[in-house]
Design a binder for this molecule. Sequence first.
Ligand SMILES: [Zn+2]
Length: 265
Amino acid sequence: MPPLAGPIAATRFAALTTRQVAIFRRCARGVLLCAALLLVAACAQAPVHNPLATWVPSPNFDVRRPVLIVLHFTHQHSVQQSLDTLRTSNSSGPVSAHYLIGADGHIYQLVADTRRAWHAGAGHWGTITDVNSASIGIELDNDGQTAFAPAQIDSLLRLLTDLTTRWHIPRTQVIGHEDMAPGRKDDPGPQFPWQQLADAGFGQWPRGVLVDPPPGFSPWLALRAVGYPLQDRAATVRAFHHHFRGTDGDQLDAEDLRILDALTR
Ligand SMILES: [Zn+2]
C-alpha cells in the first residue's frame, strides 16, 4: 500500500492523536479519582500507630464490644425497600443498620456486630457521645403509623436475648432512636411496646408502686440520670412520653415525676 499523501496523513495522525489524548485524559481522571477516594478512605481511619508513642505491638487483643442497642422503625413500606435503602443511602446520605426485622418476623443482618453501622447519627445517651461506635442498630419494618406485628416483636425479643447474652450488654441498655436524639428523630414512636420489652427484661422501666417523689426532686436531673440529652427539653419530654407513657406532649405532669423517681430511685 502506497504511503498516504503528506497533508492527508498529517490530518489522520492529528485526529488519532486527539482521540488518544482524550482517552488518556479520561484514564488519568479515573486514576486520580480512585487515588482521591483511597486517600479519603485512608484519612477516615484513625492512625493505627499513634505518632506520639513508640509502637511495641502486643498479640493480646480482640474486637471491641458494643454496649448499647438502639431500636428504630424504618418509616418505609416494605422490607425490600428498606433492604435497598440500608445498603445505599437515604435523603441524608449513606445509611445502614446491623439488623432489619420484617413484619413477618424474618431477621436480616446487614452489618457484622463488631462493625460500626450508620444508624444512630448525632445525639448521645448518658456518657455515650458516639452512639454508632458503641451500639448495635436494629431496624423494624414499620411505616410509623401501624402497630408493630406480634411476630416482629417475638423475633426482636429473640434477637435481644442473643445479642445481650453474646456481647454481655446489660439488658437495660436497650433504647429507642428518639431517646438519644429527641427532636431530630421520632422512632420507634409511641406505638412501640416498651412495656412488653420490659416484661421480658429489656430496657429501663419503673418497678413497684409509683409514689410521689420527695421534696426537691428534679425531673431534669432524673432525665439526665436515665440517659436523656437535655439540649431541647420539650423534645426530650416528648421522647420520654413516647417511651414511658405511649403518648405525645411536651409538658411534664405528676405521673411523669413518679415514673422518673422510680427509674432513678
Ligand atoms: Zn431511627
